[in-house]
Design a protein around this ligand. Structure first.
Ligand SMILES: [Zn+2]
Ligand SMILES: [Zn+2]
Length: 641
């Protein structure tokens, strides 16, 4: 391949963008050497966290084993090329395919396939919690049938961070596609807990910032970013056609709680070398300016903790370890003991403490039973329930349904989270209940008790300016957010035709010079209901919707054809959710008459039970629609003995 060929007029490089495939220049060779040096885990590891190194080297062996299982064209000791891995380019160069299975036109269930030839890796495997219209459904995960069909081509899952919308689907997907999972120590710590619940074994490989691993035709580099959970990564995926930078959830926090800065050094080095395609978080593209630092919440906490007259309750996402840390520090400074309520919060605190992400001295912790025995101003309760979830600690305390703790006047409740879209009403209810109990509730945006974990517009601009990608595909967001993020890239100078807003299942085909949407694979949602995965289909959902809207009417009758056809019992009418207030009671009488009219000795003697049931259903449906305007589910149970 020649330089010329890549500089074809059609290439339309951005003015400030670098040639994305400068694979073979002397300068690139130099930066290649730099990359190898940067690969030294010691250099990228966090000070005072030697566990990373230990974990890294222990798992490196495991990883090499794994890699040798899959066909790995990169010899372990081959020199690391820079930019596109040109010497690997097979005689026939494939197109790189980016296939989002979730996370587009929605907030949640993030999952993206990166495929080259016959090999693919999967970035994240998340869940989404359902909207109201999914009756009784616990969770939604991406339709991953494309992965199942291509099971033997899938090399690994790569996790960017430990949020549910990025790891929650793993236990389900691994049942069908059992491949190694790469992630940071905290991410995998959380995954481990999940897999244990499902008794699902898996090969988990811990990676550290700036580590690079070879997986099939890909070299995946992990780059530390700041976000609302520690140990989050952006990924630089080095592929035979160029570098793909996947900036999953991030914010640019210049004063992070754990002192771990976003790795601008690596991002700009990659930008200088030439990034072919960037995918980036669009969640906060509609917010102007910069997202405030997590640290701002800490000073608000200090203020509240100093002045609150009685007990303090703080609720936030359990995964927001930095938020919990700041509440812990504020409690320590004001000599409060800490009780933890809610399984999610207890699990998270346990994992984060064990892995060294949370500084929470044992002597600060008290059992929830002891809260009553301490003076009110010596107590902090950390609890789940920031989304108003009906069974969470806070909601139960607010409704007086918690066994050990009730909310009383003098309590201060801090809701340190913003509602996930769709949860506003639930949270509103909980806040109302807290007010009714006489608590002081601090929950509003302007109160400074929450800072988002996602980059606002100016931060996104900064990322685009540093990375300078040639092509751009916005991810993680509702459709309008994706479009706005593409527009933002265009405002920064990217040609419109270089930005790609996709829908789940669409295939983005990328070569060294071109990029286009071409074809699609199966996509959609798989509903998780109790223990069932995907066994609730649209028919069941429709039935649940009808049941919820109009209720059910059950007609029960027993008859015999022996010694003369006659009715032995019934008809009896039962209804649920189909309102029969007193004024409607006479309708029951009419229903019975209708049924008796249909179930004459003559009809019963001739017809099949199935036909009789059908007649009853049709006749009653028509009658009830006329009389009540409702269409309940009608269930005739007519038995012959
Ligand atoms: Zn996310
Ligand atoms: Zn996240």
């Amino acid at each position: 391949m020649t330089e010329e060929k890549q500089n074809k007029p059609g290439a339309k490089l951005r003015s400030q963008g670098k040639q994305p495939s400068a694979g073979k220049t002397a300068a690139a060779a130099k930066s290649g050497a730099k990359t190898t040096a940067a690969k030294n885990p010691a250099k990228g590891s966090r000070s005072g966290r030697s566990r990373h190194n230990a974990a890294g080297s222990a798992t490196q062996q495991a990883m090499e084993q794994t890699v040798s299982l899959v066909s790995n064209p990169l010899a372990q000791n081959a020199p690391k090329p820079s930019g596109p891995i040109s010497h690997l380019t097979p005689s026939k160069e494939f197109k790189l395919k980016i296939i989002p299975l979730g996370g587009l036109d929605e907030v949640g269930k993030n999952m993206t396939i990166i495929q080259y030839g016959e090999q693919m890796i999967v970035v994240d495997a998340g869940v989404m919690f359902p909207e109201d219209e999914l009756f009784g459904i616990d969770m939604v995960i991406p339709d991953y049938s494309y992965l199942v069909e291509n099971r033997d081509k899938v090399l690994a899952f790569i996790l960017t961070h430990g949020h549910e919308d990025h790891i929650g689907a793993l236990p389900y997907v691994l049942r069908d596609v059992d491949v190694p999972v790469y992630g940071s120590a905290l991410t995998l710590g959380l995954v481990k807990g999940k897999l244990a619940e499902f008794k699902q074994p898996a090969k988990l490989i811990t990676v550290t910032p700036r580590q690079e691993v070879n997986i099939g035709p890909f070299r995946v580099e992990f780059i530390h970013v700041t976000h609302s959970i520690p140990d989050s990564f952006a990924l630089a995926i080095h592929t035979p056609v160029g570098i793909v930078l996947f900036a999953s959830d991030f914010k640019i926090d210049l004063s992070p709680i754990d002192g771990q800065m976003m790795d601008f050094g690596r991002l700009s080095a990659l930008g200088e070398r030439g990034v072919l395609l960037m995918l980036a978080d669009s969640t906060n593209v509609e917010r102007p300016g910069f997202t405030p630092s997590e640290k701002t919440v800490g000073s608000t906490f200090d203020n509240i903790f100093l002045h609150a007259p009685g007990r303090i309750f703080v609720t936030s996402f359990a995964s927001n370890v930095h938020r919990i840390q700041q509440a812990v520090w504020a409690a320590a400074r004001t000599e409060r003991k800490i009780a933890i309520v809610g399984r999610g919060m207890q699990n998270m605190v346990a994992v984060a403490k064990e892995l060294g992400y949370l500084d929470l001295p044992k002597e600060l912790l008290i059992d929830i039973d002891r809260v009553g025995s301490l003076p009110a101003h010596k107590v902090l309760v950390l609890t789940t329930g920031s989304q108003g979830e009906p069974l969470s600690g806070l909601t139960r305390m607010a409704s007086g349904e918690h066994r050990q703790v009730q909310i009383v006047p003098g309590d201060t409740v801090v809701i340190s989270a913003s509602p996930i879209p769709g949860n506003e009403r639930l949270i509103g209810h909980t806040i109302d209940k807290l007010f009714k109990q006489g608590a002081t509730v601090i929950h509003e945006q302007g109160d400074g008790v929450h800072a988002s974990g996602h980059a606002s517009r100016e931060e996104l601009k900064l990322l685009h300016n540093i990375v300078k990608p040639h092509f751009f595909m916005p991810v993680h967001g509702e459709y309008r957010m994706l479009v706005k993020h593409a527009k933002l890239a265009q405002q920064l100078g990217m040609p419109e035709e270089n930005t790609f807003v996709l829908e789940n299942g669409q295939v983005l085909e990328v070569s060294r010079r071109s990029c286009r949407i071409n074809g699609h694979v199966p996509s959609g949602r798989v509903l998780i209901d109790g223990l069932g995965v995907g066994d609730v289909g649209n028919t069941v959902l429709k039935e649940r919707r009808i049941l919820s809207e109009s209720g059910i009417l059950l007609v029960h009758m027993v008859f015999t054809r022996k010694k003369g056809t006659r009715i032995l019992a019934g008809p009896e009418i039962f209804s649920r959710g189909f309102i029969f207030e007193k004024e409607y009671e006479h309708i029951i009488g009419e229903i019975k008459e209708k049924v008796a009219g249909l179930c004459t000795a003559e009809n019963l003697a001739d017809g099949s039970t199935y036909d009789i049931c059908n007649q009853v259903r049709v006749t009653l449906a028509r009658f009830l629609l006329e009389r009540t305007g409702r269409r309940p589910v009608i269930l005739p149970i007519i038995a012959e003995v």
